[in-house]
Design a protein around this ligand. Structure first.
Ligand code: ADP
Ligand code: ZN
Length: 431
């Protein structure tokens, strides 16, 4: 087994020892801004109080609203001239938050990102094409820096413009791509329409992330693009990509515990969930000076995976993100996450690459409608066949989500797509 850096090979004792020292330093550093100074004073906590990993529980949580209230520079913990870059969240769920990085912060982020890529087999001889949006979105410059750190020939293609992406892949023989999973399926469609055989194209690895997706979708990306696809998780508040990443086992994502402390809590009570139970991911930066963030409630739902990983790394593994607490919608009194629906439909061979969940009012009644793209070969003229398929999808969904949805079959590539994060739910209900 080859490793990119030493911290990957640490055992639990080394990880925890480093975490205690780094957490203590982080508490000291964070105390340089008024927001955390007040929080720590209220909680009566000083850096010296951090002696064992469990002491983190004495620190209060930080929420997205806290970060919004401190926008843009309230959490700055270094002199302003030490900041060399600003990033911001994509604002999927409201007002943005901003994170300011020092040169050192950017360096350690690039190291983490390079480690992730190395772990899945990316080497300096690779050509890396980044199909993620650049700008404030961290999937652009964040992964870019990691690829350059590894020494890859790096192509900042940016998002969208599918035909140009294909041309770049061919012209520069890109072997590794970074792409949002929903857009990967759009790329796959375009390749097919252009009569390209993806197995003949150079990419062998795809880094996919930035939005929730299921195992079924990963397999589809792998098949359609002829690549191995690895799940990449991160968020702007914690730098961006490079927080947690799948290894070659493709069985959960290792969270880099030398750089982050990871906790999973019950979102209602704030208490730790029982081993293996799903809850809200809470993350703390350990290597950031510009804007350290402690016990950040990500609103992302996942669980710890039990046991060691065959790759030999002991950094805790989390399951793929099931969704965000804000993604959940309620229909007929039942809580539903889009990924429950995706999991069912993407497992069916008749289903194409896209779907849309529509919530509607029908008088006082609420309706859950799922528009599902059907592959051309199944989109036949025989109404009985189509009706049968519709019912099959509805039945399978009903047994997963306990609500019977209306299923509407639509032609492939008829639903809206984008180059950024997919919008899975359209809520047309009167509030
Ligand atoms: P925004 O919160 O505005 O989307 P970010 O661009 O920082 O801002 O996105 C981070 C969020 O994207 C995460 O909190 C998570 O909800 C989602 N995300 C990122 N990577 C993944 C992934 N691999 N799987 C599922 N969700 C992901
Ligand atoms: Zn592993």
């Amino acid at each position: 087994m080859e490793f990119f850096d030493h911290a990957e090979t640490w055992d639990r004792t080394s990880i925890e020892a480093a975490q205690v020292v780094r957490l203590r330093n982080t508490v000291e550093q964070a105390g340089r801004c008024a927001f955390y100074a007040e929080r720590f004073a209220e909680a009566k906590i000083t850096p010296a109080d951090i002696r064992v990993p469990g002491d983190i529980r004495r620190i209060p949580f930080t929420t997205k609203d806290d970060l919004r209230s401190q926008y843009p520079e309230g959490l700055l913990c270094v002199p302003r001239e030490d900041i060399v870059r600003v990033h911001s969240s994509s604002g999927t769920t409201g007002t943005p938050i901003a994170v300011c990085h020092t040169r050192n912060d950017l360096n350690s982020w690039a190291e983490l990102m390079a480690r992730c890529m190395y772990m899945v087999g990316v080497r300096r001889s690779d050509v890396f094409q980044n199909m993620s949006g650049y700008g404030l979105f961290t999937g652009g410059l964040g992964i870019h820096a990691g690829a350059e750190r590894l020494g890859c020939m790096t192509i900042p293609a940016g998002a969208g413009n599918t035909l140009r992406q294909i041309k770049l892949i061919k012209d520069f023989r890109s072997t590794v791509i970074h792409i949002i999973p929903s857009y990967a399926l759009v790329l796959a469609n375009t390749l097919r329409e252009n009569g390209e055989d993806s197995r003949e194209l150079p990419p062998r690895i795809a880094l996919i992330g930035a939005e929730p997706h299921t195992e079924q979708t990963r397999r589809r990306v792998e098949e359609a693009l002829g690549v191995k696809a690895y799940n990449s998780y991160g968020l702007s508040e914690m730098n961006g990509p490079g927080v947690a990443f799948e290894c070659q086992e493709q069985n959960g994502l290792h969270v880099w515990e030398d750089a982050y402390i990871v906790e999973i809590i019950n979102p209602e009570t704030g208490a730790y969930v029982a081993a293996g139970e799903t809850g809200e991911l809470v993350l703390t930066t350990l290597c950031r000076a510009g804007m350290p963030i402690l016990r950040y409630r990500t609103r992302d739902l996942t669980r710890f995976l039990p046991g060691g990983c065959a790759c030999g790394r002991v950094h805790h593994r989390i399951d793929r993100i099931h969704g965000r607490t804000d993604d959940m919608f309620i229909v007929k009194g039942v809580n539903i996450y889009p990924m429950q629906i995706e999991q069912v439909i993407m497992a069916m061979p008749e289903v194409g690459q896209n779907y849309l969940i529509v919530l509607e009012n029908d008088g006082p009644k609420e309706d859950l409608k799922i528009k599902v793209e059907i592959r051309d070969e199944y989109f036949v003229e025989d109404m009985r066949v189509l009706h049968g398929l519709q019912q099959k999808i509805a039945r399978r969904l009903q047994s997963e989500i306990l609500v019977t949805p209306k299923v509407e079959l639509v032609q492939s590539e008829s639903l809206p797509t984008g180059e950024g994060k997919a919008n899975r739910v359209l809520d047309l209900r009167e509030k």
